[in-house]
Unconditional design. Structure first.
Length: 368
């Protein structure tokens, strides 16, 4: 896919996951013990042969810049093309204005590229997908725009774009809703089109006061383009809410999901860190859990995800929980259905419980 220019959009609606994005963008939320959400779309692009990728920055981009840096861990630290950062204007105290303004202000990045196609991807979902079949589908159908979608298996909440398709994949209707039901065709926020089509939509939308590529750009001009839908049949998890983020992490503990995301032909890359192996002491008991390097485990861990450098003291019980980097759980503490953000300290004898559909969140750097 050397003929494809990749753009990863960090702008997005994170209103239902506010506790996790107070100090970071949604794309940089830690996931599955050692990854960030942005690792998935970026790795998918690299595995598909896309060698020129622009990251459209959001208001809280420091953690993304620290994580990606030169793009070396994704083989994108190159003298020509590789990884580029696309700055945007953010006004203090004003709500997110969508992605069109950022795309328009960086339109020269697209104009000066040599690639024929543009692949625009959101950074709010976890999936492992090679985009090469999407390009072939796009070319074979003669589409102006190809949307990637998946069919949902349960009810999902949060702003979403639903589509109807004919047997040949032609999209016959697009609609934005706040909930989707089982069997719905749900857009993954992945768009493939020729560069001239992309430039036309961005310019026209911005010049007419629009702010969102789908809502204000593609939908009003739906009849002007041949829009086709390509179905991704693999696992997809959207970070539309705290409950959705929690469920996606718990899904990773299922062998089938883990193997699809991380053990296939196309790896998911992330920032490499040198850590010592996990230390399991004599009193440790760990079942069906994911424990990253650098941890010291003396207590009990069940059905949980433990990130790098966590210390779990003797007598501690962690069940159905997510504990992020450098947390310290002191003697006889109990966590159940809890998300501990980075650098949290839970003092001895403290019991914290949430629920599967409403996990308790402990913010960064908090001592309880």
């Amino acid at each position: 896919m050397k003929s494809v220019l990749g753009i990863i959009n960090l702008e997005g609606n994170d209103n239902l996951i506010k506790e996790m994005v107070e100090h970071r963008s949604l794309a940089s939320i830690p996931f599955a013990g050692r990854y960030r959400i942005i690792d998935f779309p970026l790795s998918n692009m690299v595995n598909s042969g896309v060698g020129n990728v622009g990251v459209l920055l959001s208001a809280k981009s420091r953690s993304i810049l620290d994580h990606l840096r030169s793009g070396k861990d994704w083989d994108l630290a190159r003298h020509r093309d590789g990884l580029s950062y696309l700055p945007t204007v953010h006004r203090d105290g004003q709500p997110d204005r969508g992605n069109i303004e950022g795309l328009y202000r960086n339109i020269d990045f697209v104009e000066h590229s040599t690639e024929r196609y543009v692949l625009l991807v959101r950074s709010d979902a976890v999936y492992n997908m090679n985009f090469s079949p999407v390009l072939r589908f796009h070319q074979n159908t003669g589409a102006d725009v190809t949307l990637v979608y998946n069919t949902t298996f349960d009810e999902q909440h949060g702003s979403c774009t639903l589509l109807d398709t004919a047997e040949n994949g032609l999209v016959t209707d697009l609609a934005q809703k706040m909930v989707s039901y089982e069997g719905a065709k749900l857009s993954m926020g992945i768009y493939l089109m020729e560069k001239r089509t992309f430039l036309d939509i961005v310019r026209d939308t911005f010049e007419h006061g629009g702010t969102d590529f789908m809502r204000d750009g593609l939908m009003p001009r739906f009849d002007d383009f041949a829009v086709y839908g390509y179905e991704h049949k693999g696992y997809v998890a959207r970070m539309t809410s705290t409950a959705a983020y929690y469920k996606a992490n718990m899904d990773v503990l299922r062998p089938g999901v883990w193997e699809e995301l991380f053990m296939g032909e196309d790896p998911i890359y992330t920032k490499s860190k040198d850590e010592v192996p996990v230390q399991y002491k004599d009193t440790a008991k760990v079942t069906n859990s994911l424990v990253a390097n650098g941890c010291v485990i003396r207590g009990e861990v069940e059905n949980s995800i433990i990130f790098r450098g966590v210390n779990i003291a003797e007598g501690v019980k962690v069940k159905d929980s997510i504990v992020m980097q450098q947390c310290d759980l002191e003697e006889n503490a109990l966590l159940e259905h809890v998300i501990c953000d980075k650098n949290v300290r839970i003092t001895r004898d403290k019991w914290l419980k949430g629920a599967a559909n409403y996990p308790l969140i402990i913010s960064k750097n908090v001592v309880i």
